[in-house]
Design a binder for this molecule. Structure first.
Ligand code: COA
Length: 262
């Protein structure tokens, strides 16, 4: 499918999604949000894929996504703002509930909606020159694509509230210290490291990966007792798969498992 503001490249079992608005540091206008929503819905039903990498395409300055498009935000009335929030939240929910891991490769500015997009990814890798923050309050608004909820879950309430209320931009080293990003790499190495991680994950049982994501993410909204029951049910269900038999047999045969996703 052709998109106006993003590129989607299939590299074996990995899809690379790049936001491409080079003149605007990959800022998310409504058309880009719609492109991303369509792309992730499409990728979610592609059973040949084991992992997705989301990153920013080459821009004037290194950028993952420099936020929602401020030119569009400047014109919004309350109803349009609410719709736009639903559009951004909906995209982030689709990413988070993907049944294959989504790796956010943060290759420059990840601000506002850009950081919120990265927070919806299952994990985040950053280039050493990346800059992250939620500067919405400096514009007189609040984060509206899930940032007020996901940032506290990832780094804890105190540090998250500080970043949200100051609008302060942090560098990759601080983001790593806060647990906001899993790893930091030199800019030239970032994408290859993301691809390596995707390959490592791709060698594991895809149904097991899917259930592990589901147990961890769904479990957050349940009581501890219900979350444990949910995990036990998925643990039971995964034991019905060919992949479980293959994984166990491969170990006993002292060879690498060849998972088929069945
Ligand atoms: N929305 C719309 N346009 C944006 C944008 C955004 N979020 N972020 C950057 N741009 C545009 C700039 O307007 C500029 O366009 P122009 O060349 O047509 O004037 C271009 O991208 C380059 O940005 P510029 O500000 O000149 O680069 P810089 O290196 O001086 O600063 C940033 C980089 C990221 C610090 C700065 O662009 C910025 O603060 N952006 C907004 C970040 C933000 O508040 N995001 C949250 C929105 S809710």
């Amino acid at each position: 499918m052709g998109y106006e503001n993003i590129g989607v490249t299939i590299e074996g079992a990995t899809a690379l999604v790049e936001v491409q608005r080079p003149d605007k540091l990959n800022a998310l206008n409504d058309a880009t949000l719609t492109d991303l929503t369509d792309a992730f819905l499409d990728l979610s039903i592609n059973e040949d894929l084991r992992c997705v990498i989301l990153t920013g395409g080459a821009a004037k300055k290194p950028a993952f996504v420099a936020g929602a498009d401020i030119a569009e935000l400047a014109e919004q009335d309350p109803m349009l703002a609410k719709e736009r929030s639903h559009l951004g939240q909906g995209l982030c929910d689709i990413i988070e509930s993907m049944e294959k891991p989504v790796i956010g490769a943060i290759n420059g500015f990840a601000l506002g909606g850009g950081l919120e997009l990265a927070l919806a990814c299952h994990f985040r890798l950053a280039s050493s020159d990346a800059r992250m923050g939620l500067p919405e309050v400096t514009l007189g608004i609040i984060p509206g694509f899930g940032g007020t909820q996901r940032l506290p879950r990832v780094i804890g309430l105190g540090p998250a509230l500080e970043l949200i209320t100051t609008g302060r931009m942090i560098d990759a080293a601080e983001a790593f210290r806060l647990g906001l990003v899993n790893h930091v790499y030199e800019p030239d190495a970032l994408l290859d490291e993301a691809r390596k991680l995707a390959k490592t994950i791709g060698r594991n049982g895809p149904i097991a990966i899917r259930f592990a994501l589901e147990a961890a993410l769904r479990g957050r909204t349940l009581s501890n007792e219900d979350a444990m029951a949910y995990e036990a049910n998925l643990f039971g269900l995964v034991s019905a798969t060919d992949d479980m038999r293959e994984g166990m047999r491969a170990f006993l045969d002292k060879r690498k498992a060849d998972f088929q996703g069945t």
